[in-house]
Design a binder for this molecule. Structure first.
Ligand SMILES: Cc1cc2nc3c(=O)[nH]c(=O)nc-3n(C[C@H](O)[C@H](O)[C@H](O)COP(=O)(O)OP(=O)(O)OC[C@H]3O[C@@H](n4cnc5c(N)ncnc54)[C@H](O)[C@@H]3O)c2cc1C
Length: 300
């Protein structure tokens, strides 16, 4: 007898049905996902992908959902989450090997314990190693591509290490944007020896700067727009006088004009309407196209 997809997936990991993206994203916005699976091992993950493909359903790997604007629609597919089981990391001299589900914040603090520097820029980015690699996330003029050496990837049924060059990193971009079916399993990073006291102080300093400048008391997905080459995105929004502008439950933060926060049960449509109004106005006034850094997922 053929098993249903849920029973098939349960052989390889924990499975939940009908899970809201509100509980899987930092914005706390979005509809339901039909299945969510936490693969037990890499082998289990390869089987999960096979099962999903045989069932002709789409899948989406997510980390902490800290860069996602999910639509209010149901996602008739499988969300694969690595942040419970793919959380091993190892330090070997100045190198660090970390699985994709590791929290990058936790890893940056581990790095300090080992007297190493290189990840301090990431100590306030609430994502996983997988999500940060996908996005080539960064801050303070550094990004993950500065430290990454190789990425362990599951693609076309095979697990293989691919070089940094093959990852084609650029500003908030990597080759993984062009291959949404590839799954980042782990990374190898090269760090540098440093004085733990100095790195800790730098990280503490930056933590305070974030607390002072970002609306961390509300759900958000970080900066909404990429910074154009001319000047930071927040300056255009600031000059429009749009801090505090609100549509439904989505509001341009009073504290940081490039953040849109969920001030109470925001719908995905509210958030997007605000994004589109900003884009339209900035284009009219400055002839600049603001491009979203936050990824829209499951929109028709
Ligand atoms: C308060 C706040 C502050 C932030 N500050 C910064 C900042 O300073 N700099 C910055 O760059 N970003 C920042 N961000 C945005 C966000 O944290 C980063 O983009 C982060 O890299 C997303 O990681 P994630 O694990 O949450 O990925 P998710 O949002 O879950 O996913 C993002 C993308 O990565 C893909 N992905 C995730 N894991 C994998 C995997 N294993 N294999 C393949 N694809 C994968 C997903 O499919 C999706 O397309 C901030 C966000 C918030 C809420």
């Amino acid at each position: 007898m053929m098993m249903d997809l849920k029973s098939e997936l349960e052989q390889y990991g924990e499975v939940a049905e009908q899970v809201s993206f509100k509980t899987m994203t930092t914005l706390r916005i979005g509809g339901m996902a039909r299945f969510v699976v936490y693969p037990r091992t890499t082998l289990a993950l390869t089987q999960i992908v096979r099962e999903i493909q045989e069932a002709h359903l789409p899948y989406k790997v997510i980390g902490k959902g800290s860069n996602l604007l999910c639509s209010d629609e149901c996602f008739d597919g499988v969300v694969i989450r690595l942040d419970r089981t793919f959380t091993d990391f190892y330090f070997d001299h100045e190198e660090c090997y970390a699985e994709a589900g590791c929290s990058i914040i936790a890893l940056s603090y581990e790095m300090v314990k080992h007297g190493l520097a290189g990840l301090e820029f990431a100590s306030g980015i609430p994502g996983t190693v997988g999500g940060v690699t996908f996005m080539n996330a960064g801050a303070y003029k550094s990004s993950l591509s500065d430290v990454i050496q190789e990425v362990f990837v599951l693609r076309e049924g095979r697990c293989e290490w691919i070089s940094k060059e093959a990852c084609q990193f650029s500003y908030r971009h990597s080759v993984f944007h062009d291959h949404p079916d590839w799954i980042i399993l782990a990374v190898r990073m090269k760090l540098q020896k440093a004085d733990p006291k100095e790195i800790r102080e730098l990280m503490e300093n930056r933590r305070h700067r974030r607390l002072d400048s970002q609306p961390l008391d509300y759900p958000s997905a970080g900066s909404v727009f990429r910074n154009p080459t001319e000047r930071p995105a927040w300056q255009y929004i600031e000059e429009l006088g749009w801090r505090g502008k609100q549509i439904g439950g989505a509001k341009i933060s009073e504290k940081h004009a490039n953040f849109i926060v969920n001030v109470g049960n925001a719908q995905a449509e509210d958030f997007l309407a605000l994004v589109e109004e900003i884009q339209k106005k900035v284009k009219e006034k400055y002839a600049i196209e603001l491009i979203m850094e936050v990824e829209k997922f499951n929109w028709r």
